[in-house]
Design a protein around this ligand. Structure first.
Ligand code: DAH
Length: 340
């Protein structure tokens, strides 16, 4: 038996030498080490031997198996090396070529726009205040003068986390946070940040986007301060010749509420595709802070007054750079992003 075992091992090693590719190696494996392989059958036949011969034969067979396995692994490695060598010779891989350089990155168009906006407001004395993206129903709606079931809530489609927590639909809840933190100081802040709405994604609306909120609280703040601030911003952001027009509007957290439009930067008011032939582009919603909101922030409306405004960030960038689809901003297409 032992002689036979030696014989099989010798034959297997010789056969391995002749193996030239991975298919042949697999076949070799089946023939000698597989479930019905020659060596496996030997191991199984130990039981037929006289009792006293079993241990020695078993050990010898196991050792032979280990040697064959090691030899086949070495052969597999050698085959891999040979294959790589052949590829190199074929020229498929030129390891002497220099690597592809990765160029330096740059700020995303949204970040650039946000920085332009914050720089302009900084010059007008506005600090940046950041509030969380995940808000409570109370801050996003309730304290902004929209109790549960208030119909104005329908203006904002919402991603709920649970019955009380949601992804903020606008940056306005930050107003309450700043007021509560700063009382009794006067306030002049902008609140930039991401907002979320449970909305269909189209060329004009995304379900995630940025807004910049503005809030000024003081002792004699009036609508003229608001209009002056918005006009100044539009001129610094879009160009000194811009004009602003004010329309009456409604927001639950301002009284009175307005919307500001700017003469179209493309046609100068004559009418074109971008302004839908109206000559005007929407700039923002705004108004004088509602007395209830002042109170919710801790400020006595008999002593204090303030203005607030809120606008998107992607839209102004679209107007300024002539981008016609908001989905491009977060589509991660480098051909788009590299243009800015
Ligand atoms: N939060 C409003 C929105 O997302 C925008 C807005 C309107 C903000 C009027 C204000 C404001 O602060 O006074 O549609």
């Amino acid at each position: 038996m032992l002689d036979q075992l030696r014989q099989v091992e010798k034959e297997a090693l010789a056969a391995l030498e002749a193996v030239e590719d991975s298919d042949a190696l697999a076949a070799w494996h089946r023939r000698y080490l597989g479930r019905k392989g020659a060596l496996t059958l030997f191991l199984r036949s130990v039981g037929e031997l006289p009792k006293e011969e079993r241990p020695a034969f078993g050990r010898a067979a196991n050792e032979a198996k280990a040697r064959l396995e090691a030899a086949s692994e070495a052969r597999a490695e050698a085959l891999r090396q040979e294959e790589m060598q052949r590829e190199l010779e074929r020229g498929a891989l030129d390891v002497t070529l220099p690597g592809r350089p990765t160029g330096p990155g740059h700020l995303h168009i949204t970040t650039q726009t946000l920085r332009q906006i914050t720089a302009i407001f900084a010059e007008m004395g506005f600090q940046v205040y950041e509030a969380p993206d995940v808000e409570t129903d109370e801050l996003n709606f309730g304290l902004l003068n929209m109790p549960p079931h208030h119909p104005a809530r329908d203006m904002w489609d919402t991603f709920w986390i649970n019955d009380e927590v949601l992804l903020r639909t606008h940056t306005s809840p930050g107003q309450i946070r700043v007021m509560r933190e700063r009382y009794p100081e006067p306030i002049r802040v902008i609140l930039p940040g991401k907002c979320y709405r449970y909305e269909q994604i189209t060329a004009r609306s995304e379900h995630q986007f940025y807004q910049v909120e503005g809030l000024a609280i003081g002792h004699a703040i009036t609508m003229t301060d608001l209009i002056g601030t918005l006009t100044e911003f539009a001129r610094r952001f879009y160009g000194p010749e811009r004009r602003i027009r004010i329309r009456g509007s409604y927001f639950p957290f301002t009284e009175p509420s307005i919307e500001a439009d700017m003469d179209c930067i493309l046609c100068g008011g004559a009418g074109c595709r971008v302004c839908k032939y109206s000559g005007w582009l929407e700039v923002c919603g705004a108004g004088m802070v509602h007395p209830v909101v002042l109170q919710n922030g801790g400020y006595d409306p008999d002593e204090w007054s303030g203005f607030a405004f809120g606008f998107g960030v992607e839209r102004p960038a679209m107007v300024k750079y002539g981008i016609d689809d908001i989905r491009l901003f977060y589509g991660n297409d480098l051909r788009f992003l590299r243009q800015f």
